[in-house]
Design a protein around this ligand. Structure first.
Ligand code: CAA
Length: 704
C-alpha cells in the first residue's frame, strides 16, 4: 500500500489521476510539495520510486511551480525496500540511484524537509537535494553496512563531499544514527526548524526567487581534497580490523577514496560496481534474512492477546544480572524497585549501577541528563514485603530450584494478583517454579543475557500453563527495552543454552582428544565468534560449569559420554577468569596461554587413554558448529523453537554468532544439512544418543 501525495499550492492542475497523486491543498503560490506517505516506514519500493519520479516530473513541467519541497510523514523514509532484496520481486524502474540523479538534476530547486527518521536511501535521497532542513527530533543514518552492502544510490559519493571523508567513513562503516544537531554540525543538513513545512516552503521560495541554488553535493570539492593513499590505507585497515569478517566496511572506505579522487561520474560507477559485488556476496542475504527474522520473531503465531500495561517493575537480586536488568528497564523509562536481602547488598547493587552510568557517560554512550534520569528511576528495597504495587517481577537470584521456588511462593503472597512473575533462569524448569504459586498462568521465563543493559536478546520462555496475556506482555517488552524478543518452549536450557551445551562439549571433547584449547578458540574466533568456547567457559567460571554439569549428568541417558576437562582444571584450583586461571592464565582481562594447562590436560588425556585426533581447522569448525545445527533441528521438532529464524536470532543477538553468517540454522543450510547429519552420526557413535541426528533433518532438507 502506498500513496505519494503532491500538494500543489496555487499551481495549475496536473494530470494527477494518471500519476496516482492527489492535490490536497492550494494555499501557497508556486511551491509543489511531494510527500512520501507509504506505511509503515515510507520505504522506497518500486511503486514509491515511480510515483516520486512522476511527481517530480509533473512539478517540473508545471509552469506555475517554482520550487519543490520533498517531505515524508512522521518519518521521512527508512530507505530502500528491503523486501525487494530477496530477489523474487521484480524491481520497477526507476532504480533508486537514477531517481536521486533526477532529483539532483531537477531544473527547479528541491528542499528536503525531514521529520522522524531518514535512513539508508532516505538519507541518500536528501543528499541529492538543494537544501536540507529537519525538525530537532529528526534522526539520520546510513545503516546499509548492517545489511552487508553500502549506500549505493550515490550516498558514498555525495556524503564525503558534504561532510568530509572521516565523518563519512565513520557514519557508513558503523551504520549508527545521529540526531539533527549532529547532522547540522557535520554539514549533512543546512537548518533545523520546529515549524518544518513553513520553513521549508520559505526556503524553497527564497532559493527560487534569487535563483541562487546551492552547489550540488556531487559538485562540491572543498571537503574532499588533500587526502592521500596512506590516509585511506590506514582507514581501510582500521575498518577491516573492526569488521570481524564483514566485507562491506572495506568497500565503503574504497568508495570514499573514490569520492576524494575520482570525478563524480566515475565515482558513481565505482560505487555501483562495489554495490553489485556486495549484493552478490552471501553475507548480504544472510544479514537481510536475519533482519526479517528479527521482526518475525516478535510475532507469535495465533497469539491475539493484548499486552498488559507495565509501568513499575521489581527486580529481585542485585548481582550482575539483576543490576543489568534494572538498568535495562530504567533506560527504557520504566520505574524499577531493586530488591535484595539486606541493605548492604542493595547498596552494593546501587553503587555498581552508579558506576556503570558514570562509565557510560564518560564513554559518551549516554548523556548526563539521561543517565541521571534513568538512575533516579531505580529505587532500592530490602526484602520482598516492600516491593509495593508492581506489574512485573523479574527474579535474578542464584540458579537453584529450591531457592527459586521459595522466592516465587513468597512473591505470590506479597504481590498483587495481576503481577506477572518472571524468572531470569537460564535453564531451570518454569513449570516447577510456577507450581509453587497460585498463578501459574502469570509465571514466565524472561531470560536476559549479560550484561542485560547491553545485550539485545530477550529469550522469553512459555511454561505449560503460562497464559496468552503474559506471553503478549513479555514479548512486547523486548521492543520497549530496545531488544529483540524470541519465544522459547520450556526445556533444559531453552533455545540458546540447550544448543550451547553441544557447542561447548564438542570443544571439550576435542581437547580430550589432544587439540589445544588455544587452537579451538582461535578457529571459533576466526569464524567470527566474539570469544572461543573455552575462553567463554573461563568467563562464566569453571566452578559454574562443574556444578551445572553435575546436575545434568544425573539426567543424561545411559551411555552418554561427558567431557571432563573442565573438571580436571577445576580440581587443580582453576576457576576461570575470576581466579586468574582457567583454560588460560589472565593478566587482568588479558588472556595468555599457560603451560600448566597443557600439563594438566596431557595428564587427563593420558590417564583416560583418549586417542589423539588430527583435525584441520575446517574440521574443528565443523565439530563446533554442525552439532549446534543438529540440536537446533531437534528444538524445531519438539516445539522449543517456533521457527528456524528464531534460533538464528537467539544465537546472533545472545551469543555473538556472526550476523553475516545469518545464525547457525542459516549457516547450516548454506553448508548443507547432509553435513550436519553426517557429523551427528559420527559424534553420536562416539558420545551417545543425545548427539545422534535430529529426526527432522531429512524433512528440513526437503523444505527449502
Ligand atoms: N524496507 C521494507 N520494510 C521495512 C524497512 C525497509 N527499509 N524498514 C522497516 N521495514 C518494515 C519492517 O520489516 C516491519 O515490517 P512488519 O511490520 O511487517 O514486521 C515494519 O517496517 C516496521 O519495522 P520495525 O518493526 O523494525 O519498526 P521500528 O519502529 O522498530 O523500526 C526502523 C523502524 C528504524 C525503520 C527499522 O525498521 C529499521 O532500521 N529498518 C531498516 C532500515 C534500513 O536498513 N534501511 C537501509 C536499507 S538499504 C538502502 O536504503 C540503500 C541502498 O542503497 C541499497
Amino acid at each position: 500500500m502506498y500513496r505519494t501525495r503532491v500538494f500543489i499550492f496555487s499551481a495549475p492542475i496536473l494530470s494527477l489521476r494518471e500519476i496516482r497523486v492527489s492535490i490536497i491543498e492550494r494555499t501557497v503560490s508556486g511551491i509543489a510539495i511531494l510527500q512520501i506517505d507509504s506505511p509503515p516506514v515510507n520505504a522506497f519500493g518500486g511503486a514509491v520510486r515511480a510515483a516520486l519520479a512522476r511527481g517530480l516530473a509533473a512539478a517540473c513541467a508545471a509552469p506555475d511551480i517554482n520550487a519543490i519541497v520533498l517531505c515524508g510523514t512522521t518519518l521521512f523514509s527508512a530507505g530502500a525496500d528491503i523486501t525487494e532484496f530477496s530477489g523474487d520481486k521484480v524491481r520497477l524502474k526507476p532504480m533508486l540511484w537514477d531517481l536521486f540523479t533526477l532529483l539532483e538534476a531537477s531544473p527547479k530547486p528541491v528542499v528536503a524537509a525531514v521529520d522522524g527518521l531518514a535512513l539508508g536511501g532516505g538519507t541518500e535521497c536528501i543528499l541529492a537535494t538543494d537544501y536540507r532542513i529537519a525538525t530537532p527530533s529528526a534522526r539520520f543514518g546510513l545503516p546499509e553496512v548492517k545489511l552487508g552492502i553500502l549506500p549505493g544510490a550515490g550516498g558514498t559519493q555525495r556524503l564525503p563531499r558534504l561532510i568530509g571523508p572521516q565523518a563519512a567513513i565513520d557514519l557508513m562503516t558503523r551504520g549508527h544514527t545521529i540526531d539533527a544537531q549532529q547532522a547540522l554540525a557535520l554539514g549533512m543538513i543546512d537548518a533545523i526548524a520546529e515549524d518544518l513545512l513553513s520553513e521549508a516552503i520559505a526556503r524553497a521560495k527564497a532559493i527560487a526567487a534569487t535563483g541562487n541554488r546551492p552547489t550540488a553535493a556531487l559538485r562540491r570539492t572543498d571537503k574532499v581534497s588533500g587526502f592521500d593513499r596512506a590516509y585511506f590505507a590506514e582507514q581501510r585497515s582500521k575498518a577491516v580490523a573492526k569488521a570481524r569478517g564483514l566485507a562491506a566496511p572495506a568497500a565503503i572506505v574504497d568508495c570514499v577514496e573514490a569520492a576524494c579522487t575520482l570525478p563524480p561520474r566515475e565515482g558513481l560507477r565505482f560505487e555501483r560496481s562495489l554495490l553489485d559485488a556486495l549484493r552478490a556476496n552471501p553475507q548480504h542475504m544472510a544479514l537481510t534474512t536475519l533482519f526479517q527474522a528479527e521482526r518475525a520473531a516478535a510475532k507469535v503465531p495465533h497469539l491475539v492477546a493484548t499486552p498488559a500495561p507495565v509501568s513499575r517493575v521489581a527486580v529481585i537480586g542485585a548481582g550482575t544480572m539483576g543490576v543489568g536488568i534494572a538498568m535495562a528497564f530504567a533506560n527504557a523509562g520504566v520505574d524499577v524497585v531493586l530488591s535484595e536481602v539486606d541493605t548492604a547488598a542493595v547498596q552494593r547493587g546501587l553503587s555498581t549501577i552508579g558506576q556503570n552510568y558514570e562509565n557510560a557517560v564518560s564513554r559518551k554512550a549516554i548523556d548526563r541528563d539521561a543517565a541521571d534520569a534513568a538512575r533516579a528511576r531505580i529505587e532500592p528495597a530490602v526484602g520482598l514485603e516492600a516491593l509495593g504495587p508492581v506489574d512485573l517481577v523479574v527474579e535474578a537470584i542464584p540458579e537453584e530450584m529450591a531457592l527459586k521456588q521459595q522466592l516465587f511462593a513468597t512473591l505470590d503472597r506479597v504481590t498483587p494478583q495481576h503481577t506477572i512473575l518472571g524468572t531470569n533462569t537460564s535453564s531451570l524448569d518454569i513449570d516447577e517454579i510456577a507450581k509453587t504459586t497460585s498463578r501459574p498462568g502469570k509465571v514466565v521465563g524472561v531470560h536476559f543475557f549479560a550484561p542485560a543493559n547491553v545485550m539485545k536478546l530477550l529469550e522469553n520462555v512459555r511454561g505449560s500453563l503460562t497464559d496468552d496475556t503474559t506471553i503478549a506482555t513479555v514479548m512486547a517488552l523486548g521492543k520497549r527495552l530496545g531488544k529483540v524478543s524470541v519465544l522459547a518452549g520450556n526445556c533444559d536450557g531453552f533455545i540458546g543454552n540447550r544448543m550451547l551445551h553441544y557447542y561447548s562439549c564438542s570443544a571439550e571433547f576435542m581437547v580430550e582428544h589432544g587439540i589445544a584449547p588455544t587452537r579451538i578458540d582461535a578457529v571459533a574466533e576466526a569464524f567470527g565468534m566474539p570469544m572461543g568456547p573455552l575462553a567463554l567457559r573461563d568467563l562464566v567460571g569453571l566452578d559454574v560449569t562443574v556444578l551445572v554439569r553435575k546436575q545434568r549428568m544425573a539426567r543424561q541417558p545411559l551411555g552418554t559420554r561427558t567431557p571432563l576437562v573442565v573438571e580436571a582444571l577445576h580440581a587443580a584450583g582453576r576457576l576461570g577468569m575470576k581466579s586468574g586461571k582457567g583454560f588460560y592464565r589472565y593478566e587482568g582481562r588479558r588472556r595468555l596461554p599457560d603451560p600448566d594447562v597443557t600439563t594438566i590436560l596431557e595428564e587427563h588425556v593420558r590417564r583416560n587413554g583418549f586417542a589423539r585426533l588430527a583435525l584441520t581447522d575446517q574440521q574443528i569448525l565443523d565439530r563446533l558448529l554442525l552439532p549446534l545445527v543438529n540440536e537446533g533441528a531437534k528444538e524445531l521438532a519438539d516445539g522449543t523453537a517456533i521457527r528456524e529464524g528464531d534460533i538464528d536470532v537467539v544465537w546472533s543477538s545472545g551469543y555473538g554468532f556472526p550476523r553475516h553468517e545469518g545464525g547457525p540454522m542459516y549457516w547450516g543450510r548454506r553448508v548443507g544439512l547432509e553435513r550436519v547429519k553426517a557429523m551427528a552420526d559420527e559424534l553420536g557413535q562416539c558420545f551417545g544418543a543425545n548427539w545422534m541426528p535430529a529426526s527432522n533433518l531429512d524433512g528440513l532438507l526437503k523444505s527449502h
